[in-house]
Ligand binder design. Structure first.
Ligand code: SF4
Ligand code: SF4
Length: 120
């Protein structure tokens, strides 16, 4: 059963209240209006589903595949980067021929190293 000792141990996601098969968890506002779970212990059947679903209590799972899920790039040109709200990478695409740019844009991110090889 969930027992919140410290408010930093709860992000107020409602997952525990949603999963409880006995509907004995209600989200109640504190003095500042933030919602925290309150449990009717008389209705609890100690199934521990609330603890299993809590993202704070459950540590993140290590990904099996160590391949990065995100890539970052910036344009090497300081002027272009200065005019861009991001890294100015789209200008690189624009400077290559359209069929090639379209092909590169359509590639899955997993093949970014192959695409980079083509652009070199
Ligand atoms: S242990 Fe089970 S029944 Fe008790 S509050 Fe958690 S989810 Fe509900
Ligand atoms: S599942 Fe955990 S973090 Fe989410 S509201 Fe319940 S106690 Fe808080």
């Amino acid at each position: 059963m969930i027992h919140i000792q410290n408010k930093t141990d709860c992000c107020g996601c409602h997952a525990c209240a949603q999963i409880c098969p006995r509907h004995c968890i209600t989200m109640q506002p504190d003095a500042e209006g933030f919602l925290y779970p309150q449990i009717d212990e008389t209705a609890c059947i100690h199934c521990n589903l609330c603890e299993k679903v809590c993202p704070i209590l459950q540590s993140p799972q290590e990904p099996k595949d160590k391949t990065p899920t995100a890539y970052a790039a910036i344009n090497k040109d300081d002027d272009i980067r200065g005019q861009s709200s991001s890294g100015g990478v789209f200008r690189c695409w624009r400077n290559i021929s359209w069929p090639r740019a379209a092909w590169c844009s359509a590639q899955p991110w997993q093949t970014i190293s192959a695409v980079s090889g083509i652009l070199r």
